[in-house]
Design a protein around this ligand. Structure first.
Ligand code: ADP
Length: 449
């Protein structure tokens, strides 16, 4: 209304001014006498119309340009109209930008999700997916948007899943192209739209399988000596045994008990290694003390059946290793006693310490024993993995020694190297990083440790 009144008033004013000027002109110009007012009024209206037309054209041009700013500035109804349109456009732009930002934040939150998120339209075409989903299903986020998911992921179980009307529990799919096991959940929303959620459960399932195997192995390892013990107990209680037979049976029972004791001790060591924080690198242990203990244990086990060689104490006297005395002792002793257990009588075993030029420290156990076939080497540090089960058990092995060594080695930022040749012997090496080694005088060691 205001605009119409304003424009009408402007037109009337132009007409009045035109009529006044025309009448005045009629006083001077004889050919205008009587018509001056009419001519002036008509010209005034025409001029007002042309001016309005020009302003309207300018506003239209600005709107056509698509710019939200830069509206023409006039002190008139046209000016106000342009200003109000400009303000409305700016508000719309601001709301749009805020909306876009919200959408971008929302998408980046989904992007940051550790799970895969895939959106499908009514025709099973991909409308959006985060990078985890792209990785899970082997999709290319640029190329595959708009493609039918069933053309790209042809796994029958997945296709079947998409066809289901409702799904309450996630389904586990072994997705072979990328060696994954995925837990997938499909949810329907909107009008025929679908949300596909995927989670990589490969590691979890592997860990669960390992745990199941571990429990089965432990039960088996404990059941065997228990069965033997039960048998002996029954024999002793039902049969009258003479002294020689009784002492033989008691000896065998002791052997089985010891086997269970070592197994429980190794299990506890493993549990402790897995459940405690890594040993700090600021506790220093004397290498000479460690080696002396290793030597005592190896010689005790060998009972002079092997030729054992250890470094002379003065060679290693000044060396300190950073870490846990108990753990290092257990790892080194395990390697040395394994060498004794897997080397036939008369064989040679060398325990060597070497400080490399780069500063790394190497603890090495070499034997001339039975050796290990190449294909077993990568699995040796798995719990209960044995190359020769009967030999391991005969010599009091639990199958856990090398997995304890592996844990200790990792906890000390060191690495375990194994070289072996069947029939010729093996080399087990723990390589400590330079940062874990220090030299000092023997007196200082005593004070620090
Ligand atoms: P175990 O208690 O059975 O010795 P370990 O974890 O210490 O268990 O070793 C795993 C397997 O590795 C052993 O069963 C054995 O077959 C093999 N092994 C370990 N050390 C040696 C070695 N020095 N020589 C030959 N085989 C070895």
């Amino acid at each position: 209304m205001y605009f119409i009144f304003g424009r009408t008033a402007f037109c009337l004013a132009a007409m009045a001014v035109g009529a006044l000027l025309g009448s005045l002109a009629g006083l001077w110009l004889p050919w205008l006498q009587g018509w001056g007012g009419w001519v002036g009024a008509t010209l005034g209206v025409l001029l007002a119309g042309v001016r309005d037309g020009l302003r309207g054209h300018q506003v239209l041009e600005w709107l056509r340009s698509g710019n939200s700013t830069g509206a023409p500035r006039w002190r008139s109804a046209w000016g106000e109209l342009a200003y109000r349109i400009e303000r409305a456009l700016l508000q719309r732009d601001k709301a749009l930008a805020a909306e876009q930002q919200r959408l971008a934040d929302f998408l980046s939150a989904i992007e940051a999700s550790p799970n895969g998120v895939l959106l499908l339209d009514g025709k099973e075409q991909i409308t959006w997916c985060n990078s985890v989903a792209a990785e899970h299903f082997g999709l290319d986020r640029q190329r595959d948007i708009g493609q039918r998911i069933t053309n790209l992921v042809r796994l029958p179980a997945f296709v079947e899943l998409l066809q289901m009307a409702t799904q309450d529990e996630p389904v586990t799919l072994a997705y072979h192209p990328v060696e994954l096991t995925l837990s997938v959940l499909v949810r329907h929303y909107g009008q025929g739209l679908r949300l596909v959620l995927s989670q990589d459960v490969t590691e979890r399932l592997r860990a669960e399988a390992m745990r199941r195997d571990f429990v089965a192995n432990v039960s088996h390892e404990i059941r065997t000596p228990l069965t033997v013990l039960t048998g002996f107990v029954e024999t002793m209680s039902s049969l009258p045994l003479d002294d020689a037979a009784r002492s033989r049976v008691l000896g065998l029972m002791t052997q089985q008990t010891r086997r269970m004791q070592s197994l429980v001790a190794d299990l506890l060591t493993l549990a402790q290694l897995e459940g405690s924080p890594r040993p700090t690198a600021d506790r220093w242990v004397s290498l000479a003390d460690l080696l002396a203990q290793v030597e005592a244990e190896a010689r005790g086990l060998s009972r002079e059946r092997h030729a054992l060689h250890f470094p002379a104490l003065d060679e290693v006297e000044q060396i300190l290793l950073a870490g846990s005395q108990g753990e290092l002792q257990s790892a080194m002793t395990n390697l040395a006693t394994n060498a004794v257990r897997y080397t036939p009588e008369g064989g040679r075993i060398d325990v060597v310490w070497q400080t490399r030029s780069g500063g790394e420290g190497v603890f090495e156990v070499r034997d001339t024993g039975v050796g290990i076939e190449r294909q077993h080497l990568p699995r040796l540090t798995e719990r209960f993995y044995r190359v020769d089960g009967s030999r391991s058990r005969e010599t009091g092995g639990t199958g856990l020694g090398l997995s304890i060594v592996k844990h200790v080695v990792q906890r000390h930022s060191a690495r375990l190297e194994i070289e072996s040749e069947p029939g010729r012997g093996s080399v087990f090496r723990i390589v400590f990083p330079a940062a874990r080694l220090r030299r000092t005088t023997r007196g200082a060691v005593a004070r620090e440790v």
